[in-house]
Design a protein around this ligand. Structure first.
Ligand code: SF4
Length: 493
């Protein structure tokens, strides 16, 4: 303070004038600029689809700052300063699993001390706690239990729905990864013929998947989570999670879900034995599946150049749907179409109803990049990805998956601190309050991994964004005391 007064000048009126501001010294580290990124930047500005080779450069360039900046530019074009969170509760119904994936620290074998399977009384108790806590979603997944009957799963879903309804809540039941859905088709004996080669096998497995999904939907299933995708590559599959469904089957489950009007999410579990190129192929396969989903909703795309970016696997090549990008300036997001938001072109508008009519097809809402955590699993000797690798992968997911409306930095696996940084490099969502999570325990965390709404909002605000509470379908949640409702207008765009 003394130094300030000493350096102040007297004005003609005798008042002490404020000292001139000190010259600004730029202390930012010397940034490496990679001019090879310019063609990619031009495509990003125009909202054009990036090639897998573009993704290769984004992964290898030393100019990480530009990659993050481009991810941020796309994220802001789609969502402005909004950043989404939700109030949810996870419910893992059983950790007993017939498989033993190498990266998994969750599963138990029947009879082991840590094995558990929840009964419906337990489930009802969890729903009551969720409703009391204001949750708009219950997220329920589990292992591939070898002996539970199919009726357990329909009971699980209807119990959640009915208990919530009895308490006046219409929360969304988001449950079962694609891997579990196929397991259910098997135990319900609806998967006969699915292993036949060619179109016959595909038709049989899709029929089994549809049978399961329709019954679960009838019981109250509201949407599918995105787990079980891992990395869409046969080599990685055979080395790390042999026995799990392959990419073509995972994509079939989600496509059938979309056809019957369920929205779904997608994940990529990276940073173990896969190559970065394989991450990019995975992203490309997802965006092709989303092209088909958005086409069903009425989006018009651009004819794809055939053969330039083909996925390396899949028992047969999917018919190339036109490429549809949502990142092109002015393109409406699918939730605006599904819920009839005002600025949606009438040719694309579906309904102003607050819930989807049964005939409205579903789509992928969110891509969730999940870093691999080595602790406690068979791949424990691997280092896992670094923080910068996580940031880069998040930004690249935003840039490559140009037809996914949302990118989630799942704070449980990224940490809340990293999720804050990711909001400024491509992500627009940090997930929710979670409460119990025993699939991955970062840094030895316990299964109780609750974060308060206040902490989520604070983290978002501190990162420079406006926190928006959303429901599972990305509609804005409005609260009135302990009651909540949703607005048809889902997004700030
Ligand atoms: S990842 Fe899923 S399918 Fe694999 S062992 Fe774990 S619970 Fe079972």
């Amino acid at each position: 303070m003394a130094a300030t007064l000493e350096s102040s000048a007297m004005t003609t009126t005798g008042a002490v004038a404020a000292p001139p501001p000190p010259p600004i010294t730029r202390v930012a580290p010397a940034l490496i600029r990679d001019d090879r990124l310019e063609p990619i930047r031009a495509k990003v500005d125009r909202g054009e689809r990036l090639a897998i080779d573009d993704g290769d450069l984004l992964f290898t360039t030393p100019d990480l700052w530009s990659v993050l900046e481009m991810g941020d530019a796309v994220r802001r074009r789609l969502h402005g300063d909004s950043a989404y969170y939700n109030i949810n509760r996870h419910l893992n119904y059983s950790n007993v699993c017939a498989l033993s994936c190498k990266f998994c620290d969750f599963y138990a074998k029947a009879g082991q001390a840590k094995a558990y399977t929840r009964d419906m009384e337990y489930v009802r108790g969890e729903v009551r706690k969720a409703v009391e806590g204001g949750a708009t979603e219950i997220h329920s997944v589990g292992g591939l239990h070898p002996t539970l009957p199919f009726s357990y799963y329909t009971d699980l879903v209807s119990t959640i729905r009915d208990e919530a309804r009895s308490l006046g809540s219409g929360l969304n039941v988001k449950a079962f990864t694609a891997v579990e859905i196929v397991h259910l088709a098997r135990i319900a004996k609806q998967y006969k013929g699915a292993s036949l080669p060619g179109p016959e096998g595909k038709t049989a497995r899709r029929a089994g998947i549809r049978w399961v999904l329709e019954r679960l939907k009838e019981a109250g299933l509201g949407s599918l989570p995105g787990g079980g995708a891992e990395v869409f590559d046969d080599r990685v599959h055979d080395e790390a999670y042999k026995g799990k469904i392959r990419s073509d089957v995972w994509l079939d489950v989600h496509e059938v879900a979309h056809e019957i009007g369920l929205n779904t999410n997608a994940t990529i579990l990276y940073g173990h034995i896969e190559q970065r190129r394989e991450r990019l192929v995975h992203m490309d396969m997802l965006r092709r599946a989303q092209d088909r989903a958005l086409g069903r909703m009425g989006y018009q795309g651009e004819a794809r150049q055939r053969g330039s970016e083909t996925a390396r696997q899949g028992e047969e090549r999917e018919v190339d749907a036109p490429a549809i990008t949502l990142t092109r300036p002015g393109t409406p997001l699918p939730e605006r179409i599904a819920f009839g938001a005002d600025s949606t072109p009438s040719s694309l508008r579906r309904s102003v109803a607050p819930s989807l009519p049964p005939s409205t097809p579903g789509y992928f809402q969110t891509i969730i990049p999940l870093p691999f955590f080595p602790d406690g699993c068979e791949l424990e000797h691997l280092p896992g990805p670094t923080g910068l690798e996580n940031l880069r992968t998040m930004a690249i997911a935003r840039l490559m998956l140009d037809n996914f409306p949302h990118v989630k930095a799942f704070w449980i696996m990224q940490t809340l601190a990293m999720a804050q940084l990711m909001l400024a490099s491509g992500a627009d969502d940090i997930d929710g309050t979670v409460v119990w999570y025993d699939i991955t325990k970062v840094g030895g965390a316990s299964t109780h991994q609750e974060v308060t709404v206040w902490s989520l909002q604070k983290a978002i605000r501190e990162a420079g964004f406006e926190p928006i509470e959303r429901d599972t379908l990305y509609r804005r949640v409005v609260r009135d005391g302990s009651r909540w409702s949703v607005q048809a207008e889902p997004s700030a765009r």
